[in-house]
Design a protein around this ligand. Structure first.
Ligand code: PLP
Length: 262
């Protein structure tokens, strides 16, 4: 008997240029052979040059989208990206707690690499309510610093310390992504008091738009297939390196494009 196709839900913002947000998530789900669904939290206005505006969806409409899906379909994993406002974060936490969501990967999106903020004041604090619901939280260095209210980490020790703080605050596992540090990229996973380092390969490319969205979605796909967390992260990272290598084939514009998800 063939195994059923894994089903994934993305709860995230829209990027009309297709590089980040729900568009990146759905492409990643397809690249991993999974069925994708999406509840949209915000409409952003952006292209490869950056984000110029963001319009959050009313929290009750975000909750209604999630409830429509979860009352009918049981996703094997859920990826959470941009939540835009504290009220949307609260609505998402309530809806997920009600339906007992599993394999939740939380990418705590706060500020884009270029352009206006993707989060209103107080979102960091509201994200705390979602930490216990997530199997994994995937902050970059800036997000880890904002969530822990500590200075930007400069090395794997400081990244691990921030992971530990977020676990103390209720997270089960935290992957602090160190791609913004100099040299070969190092990500640090902190889980159950232990730290593990993932050393990657730097793929020189300006086309890194939406890499955080794609990575968290790829990890969610592997978890949906039943992979252990460490294997899921390793597979997702290797896939993203390939997608970054293929990015130049897209030739979208002179701006900062996304990795190519095949
Ligand atoms: N737009 C949306 C909707 C996002 O979810 C994100 C990041 O998660 C971004 C933009 C930012 O993308 P980047 O900083 O990778 O360009």
């Amino acid at each position: 008997m063939t195994a059923p196709v894994p089903k994934l839900l993305s709860i995230a913002g829209s990027d009309p240029s297709g590089g980040a947000g729900v568009q990146a998530d759905l492409k990643t789900f397809s690249a991993f052979g999974c069925y994708g669904m999406a509840a949209i939290t915000a409409l952003t206005v952006q292209n490869t040059q950056g984000v110029t505006a963001s319009y959050p969806v009313a929290p009750e409409i975000v909750a209604a989208q999630i409830e429509a899906v979860l009352s009918d379909i049981s996703p094997d994993a859920i990826k959470i990206g941009m939540l835009a406002t504290p009220d949307i974060a609260h609505a998402v936490a309530k809806a997920l707690a009600r339906y007992g969501a599993r394999n939740v990967v939380l990418d705590p999106v706060l500020v884009p690499t270029q352009g206006v903020s993707l989060a209103s004041a107080g979102l960091e604090a509201a994200l705390a309510g979602l930490l216990p619901l997530a199997r994994l939280v995937t902050p970059n260095l800036h997000e880890a610093s904002a969530l822990t209210q500590t200075p930007l980490a400069k090395n794997p020790e400081e990244m691990a310390a921030q992971g530990r703080l977020l676990c103390t605050a209720g997270a089960h596992a935290v992957l602090v992504k160190g791609g913004d540090l100099e040299g070969e990229p190092v990500d640090v996973l902190f889980e159950r008091g232990e730290r593990r380092t993932f050393r990657g390969r730097r793929v020189p490319s300006r086309n890194t738009h939406g890499t955080g969205c794609a990575l968290s979605s790829a990890i969610a796909c592997e978890l949906a297939k039943g992979a252990p967390l460490i294997d899921a992260i390793a597979t997702a990272k290797a896939w993203l390196e390939g997608a970054l290598e293929a990015a130049d084939r897209l030739k979208l514009s002179e701006g900062r494009g996304p990795p190519h998800h095949f």
